[in-house]
Design a protein around this ligand. Structure first.
Ligand code: C2E
Ligand code: SIN
Ligand code: SIN
Ligand code: FE
Ligand code: FE
Length: 648
């Protein structure tokens, strides 16, 4: 059109020039026109408007259509081979005769060798002097058409690929309105493609959340970020929340701007992939890690603490935090009462739970323990466990309940109970974690119970030994014809004196037993010797002197009395080495025996014996002191006499 306009302008100047009579100007103008005609890269035909005959054709049209000049000139348009089949050409000519201007955007012409050429056909009518001429400009647009068709095909192929991609693709115009979207995008956004088209970013059919779960402001939307920065947005993670149920779809977003001419933003392409499953897996891994950490911490707490309550309180804290319940407790099975009894709890508003005493098989906890199974009660209010109902009445408002048996080494140790004040449905993974915590609790209880049992058995054993030994001592008194309680008294004196020499409490227990049993060897001495009122013969002494050896033989198999043996075996050894049965000397004699020897003689002389009457206190004390360094360890006997123990 421009070109046509230019020609019209040029031709309009021709009569003006002629009128001016400027010959040279005319020549110049015609030459210029001619050159344009000859060199144009469009085909040009000049027709006589009256006759419709072609009177000129330019070289480019000859080149374009393959017909010779002769095949154009003096022919009507539709008589030229190229235009023969073109209905429009006759019509065009008729139109041209009526109108000054006509244009066909897409006219198909045939070349001499039979190819089809798409042309843009523009005609103008104007006067050259008195002559009315038609000029047709014919531009080959085949290449452009082919390129357009190829582009269209390419775009179609492209789009069909995008249509089928498992990636959401949304194209926004620069005002954020959606101009295109693929089915996956519609699926993820939860709307039909039709209803998505035309929506702007601020239209609130959904909202986006950041990775941390907080609501995303409009300026962080991917399309808005790309518009603001003009940059590609890569690997942006966000959640899409649709409707009221608040369900998140996590997506990975990539978006880029497309610019038209002059760096003007043409559109923004946003692509997103649904990564909800990956996100879920990630969360699961994170949760597992937290669970594992909790288990390790609990394990540490258990191993470093023999105090059951402390271990279990640590454990219950983890139970509440990690499994997200409101309260938790541990009931311990007491084999004596056959009941489950409260030991530790966290998260309770009241202390009602501390009175928990569930017989095995009764109530949820009792059932969990007896059947060795997890008891799950979704709604406690609908159930009939009278104890738990009592707790509910006490104002705990629990709804959900789990009772998990605590089993270690095949034994039910107790029950872990968790309580929730809202009815939440938990998944398999949660239950597995609860089971792991229960296993930890069972181990904690088992560890501590073992320790307790050991201590208890020690105490029980000690008690049993004490009773046995005192019984023996009484029997010995009876056989030896002594006053009841005399052995007890000398054992007490021995302990009091031994304490002066810094023996520990554990050693004093053994010293006491040793003192009580010091003459147990006399059980092996015949009555005829033991109860004799006169002095002993030499032969009788030989027997009598065996009583420390008999003591060793009687007591040494009893592990428990190993340390108590010193006194029964060595109480007749003397400091100067003249004692019996071994003739030990000085510090070869155990300290306990050296101490006891003093008490033994003190006691023998202060009492009435079959073979002598009792001595007065001062005589005994003088006698004992006189034996320092021969019979007794001088340090020991003096220390004993200087104390206030041997005074009456
Ligand atoms: P026992 O009666 O418990 O005496 C313990 C120790 O106290 C005696 O050890 C001795 O060191 C001292 N002791 C007891 N009575 C006297 C005493 O009258 N004078 C003096 N100086 N020391 C006395 P020992 O001598 O090795 O005797 C061991 C056990 O032999 C006595 O235990 C007692 O059961 C028995 N025994 C000792 N002497 C006689 C005796 O003359 N007649 C009889 N029937 N038994 C005797
Ligand atoms: C709870 O977590 O709500 C307790 C157990 C349940 O009812 O799922
Ligand atoms: C005995 O009487 O000797 C037996 C107990 C004691 O007195 O030491
Ligand atoms: Fe003795
Ligand atoms: Fe004695």
């Amino acid at each position: 059109m421009k070109r046509t306009g230019a020609i019209k302008k040029a031709s309009a100047r021709i009569p003006a020039s002629r009128e001016a009579g400027a010959e040279q100007a005319l020549i110049t103008s015609e030459l210029r026109y001619r050159r344009l005609f000859e060199t144009a890269q469009d085909g040009i035909l000049i027709l006589n408007a009256e006759t419709g005959l072609i009177n000129d054709v330019n070289p480019y049209l000859i080149y374009m259509l393959g017909y010779s000049r002769e095949e154009f000139v003096e022919k009507k348009l539709w008589e030229v081979g190229a235009f023969k089949d073109v209905e429009a050409s006759r019509h065009a000519f008729e139109e041209l005769q009526k109108n000054e201007f006509i244009r066909y955007d897409d006219m198909p012409l045939k070349t001499k060798d039979g190819r089809l050429v798409q042309v843009e056909f523009v005609s103008n009518v104007y006067l050259v002097g008195d002559e009315k001429v038609i000029q047709c400009n014919i531009r080959d647009i085949s290449d452009r058409k082919r390129a357009e068709a190829a582009l269209k095909a390419k775009e179609e192929a492209h789009w069909s690929l995008i249509e089928n991609l498992p990636v959401g693709v949304v194209v926004h115009s620069p005002d954020t309105r959606i101009v295109l979207c693929n089915p996956e995008a519609a699926l993820v956004l939860g709307m039909s493609s039709d209803s998505l088209l035309g929506k702007a970013a601020r239209d609130p059919d959904w909202h986006f959340v950041r990775e941390d779960g907080t609501r995303m402001p409009l300026d962080e939307f991917p399309v808005c970020q790309v518009i603001a920065t003009g940059q590609v947005l890569k690997n942006f993670v966000m959640g899409i929340v649709r409707g009221r149920n608040g369900e998140h779809t996590w997506v990975l977003v990539n978006a880029y701007p497309e610019f038209g001419s002059g760096e003007r933003l043409r559109q923004v392409v946003v692509m997103f992939t649904d990564i909800s499953n990956i996100k879920l897996a990630e969360e699961k891994i994170q949760r597992n890690l937290e669970h594992l950490t909790a288990l390790v911490e609990i394990d540490r707490a258990i191993n470093f603490s023999f105090e059951l309550n402390l271990s279990l309180t640590t454990l219950l804290t983890h139970v509440i935090v990690q499994s997200g319940v409101d309260a938790a407790d541990v009931l311990l099975f007491n084999p004596a009462s056959r009941k489950l009894e409260y030991v530790a709890g966290r998260g309770f508003h009241t202390n009602a739970i501390e009175h928990a005493r569930q017989p095995l098989g009764e109530g949820y906890a009792g059932r969990a323990a007896q059947e060795r199974t997890i008891v799950h009660i979704p709604d406690l209010a609908k159930e009939h466990d009278s104890f738990l109902r009592g707790i509910l009445l006490a104002g705990e408002d629990f709804v959900g309940y789990y009772g998990v048996p605590l089993i270690a080494k095949g034994q039910v140790m107790g029950v872990l109970e968790v309580f929730q004040r809202t009815p939440l449905v938990r998944d398999e993974e949660w239950l597995d974690f609860l089971k792991a915590l229960a296993a930890q609790a069972a181990i904690a209880i088992d560890n501590v119970t073992l320790f307790d049992n050991l201590q208890r058995s020690n105490a029980e054993l000690a008690h049993a030994y004490d009773a046995t030994i005192e019984g023996w001592a009484r029997a010995l008194e009876l056989r030896d014809n002594e006053t009841e309680g005399h052995t007890q008294r000398s054992a007490d004196l021995t302990v009091r004196l031994a304490r002066l020499f810094g023996l520990s409490e554990a050693e004093l227990v053994q010293v006491r037993w040793g003192a009580l049993l010091h003459d147990i060897g006399k059980m092996g001495i015949p009555d005829g010797i033991l109860l004799k009122h006169d002095a002993l013969t030499e032969a009788e002494w030989v027997v009598m002197r065996k009583h420390p050896v008999f003591a060793f033989e009687m007591l040494s198999p009893i592990r428990y009395l190993r340390l108590a043996l010193d006194i029964p075996c060595a109480h007749h050894e003397k400091w100067d080495g003249t004692g019996y049965p071994l003739g030990l000397k000085g510090e070869q004699i155990p300290l306990a025996a050296r101490i006891f020897a003093v008490v033994d003689v003190w006691d023998a002389l202060r009492s009435d014996r079959h073979y002598h009457a009792s001595w007065p206190v001062e005589k005994v004390r003088e006698h004992l002191r006189s034996l320092a360094g021969t019979h007794f360890d001088p340090h020991v006997v003096n220390r004993c006499l200087d104390s206030d123990v041997l005074r009456e």
